[in-house]
Ligand binder design. Structure first.
Ligand code: CP3
Length: 353
């Protein structure tokens, strides 16, 4: 399989020269798009969208039909792994994800098994291959998973939006139990991402959404160490093409040097970190992806354009930048502001290459 016709994104991740800065948007398929809301309404539930490869393909392609994005991302969720472990994932409207059976008891943790993606998550691999077919090699496809620690947050807390008291109590009082969960998660994530790569994902991203809430020592022991294990276990290439890894620790600005040595090719940067300073700190070791504040997209096309220019200027001249938001797009974003963002990146970035 040759590289995609538009391979700027894959090249930027490997810090190779590109004529402009490629751009995609975290959560680019989602509720700010009326066509997504329609498909989701027809499907009934969010999880039914994820589990139906035909619908997952449809919503993956929706943002690409509207905007000249440089990458597609698999439509799925990081919580497919704990769901496959039998924790009973559901989404109640407006409240985000919940688990019917969060991990609390020692015996439950001792019984936790590594997920076999081909047995329990075949629908994801089917979606990956269908999306690749539908993309017809125009732009690359991103596969993804949660970091072992971020998955553990949901598995132990049983829901999002908490203060992480349950997982932190375990971290300090029973680190052996948390390490056991993280070990199972790391092996599951490795198997899952390698299966996505074999099904056709051309790069993979690890979302460490909650690692930034840890103390420095705890981050290194409970989040970073397992991200390193995952990177270590990933297939480096498929079909003769290198498969770059992107690691995104939200709130991880203080650990960039360490993250740059985790086995990642590129680091996701949230908006609280200065991109130019981040670049100086990691040097030649990794590419950077980010980092416009998603709230900028709540304004006007003119403001979006001027803020895009600031992010490009902050990274400065040279290769190895993938433009993105610093976190997922808000559901209240007017779609025309996304058009302004993508156009501004494509119009302004050639000056820097
Ligand atoms: O980027 C993309 O377009 C791909 C799809 C994607 C989704 N979730 C779809 C989704 C990706 C990459 C994710 C990752 C994900 N899921 C993360 C890590 C990224 C991050 O934001 O930090 C996390 C923490 C989750 C867990 C999760 N799933 C939450 C907290 C929620 C609720 C979000 C909310 O705003 O209510 C979900 C549901 C979810 N995942 C939606 C989408 C489009 C909304 C579902 C709906 O239609 O109601």
């Amino acid at each position: 399989m040759p590289s995609p016709k538009n391979d700027t994104f894959l090249r930027a991740l490997l810090r190779q020269p590109t004529p402009y800065t490629p751009v995609w948007i975290m959560r680019q398929a989602g509720r700010y798009l009326p066509e997504y809301n329609q498909t989701r309404k027809d499907a009934g539930r969010f999880l039914d969208l994820c589990r139906n490869p035909h619908l997952a393909t449809e919503v993956t392609l929706q943002p690409l039909a509207r905007y000249p994005l440089d990458a597609a991302i698999l439509f799925s969720d990081i919580l497919t792994i704990p769901d496959a472990m039998g924790l009973g994932l559901y989404f109640s409207d407006g409240e985000g994800p919940r688990f019917r059976r969060p991990l609390r008891e020692e015996w439950e943790i001792r019984n936790l098994d590594v997920v076999d993606p081909y047995a329990h998550l075949r629908y994801v691999m089917d979606a990956v291959s269908q999306i690749r077919k539908a993309l017809a090699n125009e732009v690359p496809l991103i596969g993804f998973a949660g970091s072992p620690y971020t998955l553990a947050c949901y598995m132990i807390e049983g829901r999002g939006g908490t203060e992480f008291h349950e997982i932190k109590r375990m971290l300090y009082a029973r680190p052996d139990l948390l390490h056991k969960i993280l070990e199972v998660n790391a092996q599951s994530v490795i198997a899952y991402l390698n299966a996505q790569i074999e099904a056709g994902a051309q790069t993979v991203m690890i979302f460490d959404t909650w690692g930034g809430n840890l103390s420095d020592a705890a981050f290194r022991e409970f989040s970073l160490a397992y991200v390193e294990r995952v990177c270590d276990g990933l297939k480096r290439s498929n079909d003769g093409q290198t498969v770059p890894r992107i690691v995104f620790t939200k709130g991880g600005g203080q650990w960039l040097e360490a993250l740059a040595e985790s086995g990642a090719d590129a680091l996701g940067i949230d908006w609280s970190t200065n991109l130019g300073r981040a670049r100086e700190r990691v040097g030649e070791s990794v590419a950077l992806q980010g980092n416009l504040d998603p709230a900028v997209l709540l304004t006007t096309p003119e403001i979006v354009q001027s803020e895009v220019k600031k992010v490009l200027a902050s990274f400065g001249p040279g290769d190895g930048h993938v433009f993105n938001l610093g976190h997922g797009i808000s559901r209240n974003t007017p779609p025309e502001n996304v058009a302004a963002l993508v156009d501004a990146v494509h119009a302004e970035s050639p000056h820097y290459h």
